[in-house]
Design a protein around this ligand. Structure first.
Ligand code: VGL
Ligand code: ZN
Length: 209
């Protein structure tokens, strides 16, 4: 596969809280780091995203009396899954995993910092209309095909890929460089949606073919 200067590798949320031992640990989450390092060498452009919530964020179960993590609640923009407190701004859990080493990354995009809105996608928050700025950034830099890797496949990676397609970008998910939360059928659901949206799923080794 030919990687060009118009391609960008977007590494989603490889943060301590999504890795083993973290507050919202994804099984085997740190296993994404090796394949990410391998493919990163092929890319001229790398962007990192960082889930970045204020304390008391509306997506935290702890912010809603009587609610527990993984339950759903109605917020102003619709149904929202509630999570354990995670990726709190400035905390150890919000830091990138210490093994992640991508010094050539050109942008660190933080998301989920508005107290009342969650943001799975790197492009739009969960109200589906509030932009993060990434679309404008990629457009200005003439980056029009995004390769996605990181955590979690069925939430932030998948939603970012769907929004990329919505914005008219080509989107490729490096499947073995992602791990999933897998909550109530979320993997099957995102797979059907990314397939319908024309997102391409590949193994990271295919980048070298
Ligand atoms: C994520 C749930 C809550 C993710 C972030 O990075 O997939 N999932 N916040
Ligand atoms: Zn979050």
């Amino acid at each position: 596969m030919q990687i060009t200067e118009q391609d960008v590798l977007v590494v989603i949320d490889v943060q301590n809280d999504f890795c083993p031992g973290g507050a919202l640990a994804v099984a085997d989450g740190d296993a994404v780091i090796d394949p990410i390092h391998r493919v990163a060498a092929k890319f001229d452009h790398i962007v990192l995203t960082q889930d970045w919530h204020p304390a008391g964020h509306a997506s935290f179960a702890s912010a809603h009396a009587g609610k527990r993590p993984f339950e759903q609640i109605e917020l102003s923009y619709g149904m929202q899954t509630l999570w354990p407190d995670h990726c709190v701004q400035g905390s150890k859990g919000a830091e990138f995993h210490q093994a992640l080493h991508l010094p050539r990354a050109e942008l660190i995009l933080r998301k989920g910092f508005r107290p009342r809105i969650d943001s799975y996608s790197a492009f739009f928050e969960n109200d589906r209309v509030t932009p993060t700025g990434l679309a404008g950034y990629l457009d200005e830099r003439n980056l029009n095909r995004i390769f996605l890797a990181g955590l979690a496949y069925d939430f932030c990676v998948g939603y970012s890929a769907l929004d990329a397609r919505r914005l008219g970008l080509s989107a490729v998910i490096l499947r073995d460089a992602c791990r999933a939360i897998d909550l109530n059928g979320s993997v099957a659901k995102i797979e059907a949606e990314v397939d319908r949206a024309g997102v391409v799923l590949i193994q990271s080794a295919e980048v070298f073919d």
